[in-house]
Design a protein around this ligand. Structure first.
Ligand SMILES: Cc1ncc(COP(=O)(O)O)c(C=O)c1O
Length: 461
């Protein structure tokens, strides 16, 4: 049967019982208006949460007028496969300009080149493939190693897993920045690259990129800066009066950097920029095969066919906002983050982790921070739970800069702390999976649970 209506809604399937469930292509097409109406209902209801301004990270622009404009730009090329450059030469113009504009913002030079990828993960995975190939071609390294801070993003672990790269995890200091001495001591003859973040996902902090760059130069190895999160917001900080440490391609020794256009670039989801300096590094991961019956095959990156729509929308976002637009939004974000930090600082029970201009992370020595999170969640806030140490972060984006949001947060945080002092149940509802109140979690059991959840995310109900 192709359509059924299941009566039982659940958190993964809230629409069960409300809309038809399709398990095979309907024999006869469904009227467009009905399809659009269903999508409209679901997306309108789901957008309410992000638009409320009470969500950490995730939705970076939230400006539906801007989205409307991007969707118009997307529409011109949604169907275009940018592999076919003879048919769509505009893709070369748009991609090259996105790369050039990003490189110029991040202090690249004439010898900086780049790629457009589908997001932060692909940018990081591609960068790691590049270093593996570069190590092999330039230094004859067959068992490549990369040193990365424990705070760097797990997409890098994904790359190491995919590509058989050995990772050495560097601890962080009391300031939650990579321990440079550890990195120095662990560089060996198989090391192909070091990693630093600008800023880190957990705490929004910038690793000591100049010191990492110095080590990379001394040892003739690569240094990737993961600016997936911070790459489009940190460039505006200094001039807006929020000093940040040097973090980009202008730092000696940095050989690649990722910056996500689909985060603080305010483009549509599915785009990121990966920059290489020197440009020649880019070709280390090009893939070519000569004798295939389908023809000579050459591919610049992971993907095969790609839609021109995302490239057009990304280009349109950068041009429509201009530096002035980025600066204006950044000023609002930095101001809101400062207000949220002030709220956190006003509570002796809470401790800020570092001092990020945009991502406010905090923990507690006297309360279970996940009880605080439960109190905030009950008041409509969607924070991100962290571990090692247990903490929360509020990654401030444009929807959070709406009038009244930081004041409401300050008010609700006070109530959430009172809630956490005397919670109705011993175990917090949120973060229990990895916070677990200081108990070392049973990874095997949790991984099995996660596999079940990932499976369930791909099943109809
Ligand atoms: C620092 C950092 N790097 C990489 C990523 C991965 O990006 P994506 O989710 O676009 O794959 C993220 C995502 O939040 C991030 O914060």
């Amino acid at each position: 049967m192709s359509t059924t209506t299941s009566p039982k809604p659940s958190p993964l399937h809230p629409y069960a019982g409300r809309f038809d469930v399709h398990t095979s292509i309907p024999e006869h097409g469904i009227p467009r208006e009905q399809i659009l109406d269903e999508l409209r209902q679901m997306s309108t209801e789901e957008d309410r949460m992000g638009d409320s301004g009470r969500v950490s990270g995730s939705i970076y622009s939230g400006d539906h007028d801007h989205y409307g404009f991007l969707i118009e730009a997307f529409g011109f090329y949604a169907h275009a496969n940018v592999l076919q450059r003879d048919m769509y030469p505009s893709a070369t113009k748009l991609e090259a300009e996105i790369i050039a504009m990003t490189a110029s913002m991040l202090h690249g030079d004439d010898d900086t080149g780049g790629l457009i990828t589908s997001g932060g993960t692909e940018s990081l995975v591609t960068a790691m493939l590049t270093y593996r190939e570069w190590g092999r071609s330039q230094k004859g390294i067959t068992e490549p190693e990369v040193i990365m801070p424990v705070t760097a993003h797990p997409a890098l672990d994904k790359a190491f897993h995919y590509f058989g790269i050995k990772v050495i995890k560097a601890p962080v200091t009391a300031e939650f920045l990579v321990d440079i001495d550890f990195v120095r001591e662990h560089i060996g003859r198989n090391t192909v690259a070091l990693i630093g973040s600008a800023g880190t996902y957990p705490h929004g902090l910038i690793d000591p990129i100049p010191a990492l760059g110095q080590l990379a130069l001394e040892h003739g190895i690569g240094l990737h800066v993961d600016g997936c999160l911070g790459g489009f917001i940190l460039p505006w900080a200094d001039e807006l009066g929020y000093p940040v440490a040097p973090f980009d391609l202008g730092v000696a020794g940095v050989t690649s950097m990722s910056a996500d256009t689909h985060k603080y670039g305010y483009a549509l989801k599915g785009s990121s920029v990966l920059l290489f300096k020197p440009k020649s590094m880019r070709s280390e991961q090009y893939f070519m095969i000569a004798g295939w019956p389908g023809g000579m095959y050459a591919s610049p990156s992971m993907g095969g066919s790609r839609s021109g729509g995302l490239i057009a929308a990304t280009w349109a976002s950068m041009l429509a906002l201009g530096k002035e637009g980025y600066r204006t939004i950044a000023a609002d974000i930095f101001r809101t983050a400062a207000e949220i930090k002030a709220a956190v600082r006003s509570h002796p029970e809470l401790l800020l982790i570092g001092d990020s201009a945009f991502n406010v992370a905090f923990r507690s020595d006297v309360l279970d921070i996940f009880h605080v999170n439960d109190g905030l969640a009950q008041r409509g806030w969607r924070m991100n739970g962290l571990q090692v140490p247990p903490a929360l972060h509020f990654c401030v984006t444009r929807p959070n800069t709406q009038a009244g949001v930081s004041e409401a947060f300050a008010h609700d945080l006070t109530e959430a702390i009172e809630y956490a002092k005397n919670p109705p149940q011993q175990m917090p509802i949120s973060g229990a999976m990895y916070g677990a109140g200081g108990v070392v979690p049973d990874h095997d059991r949790i991984f099995k649970m996660l596999v079940r959840r990932l499976d369930a995310m791909h099943e109809v109900q």
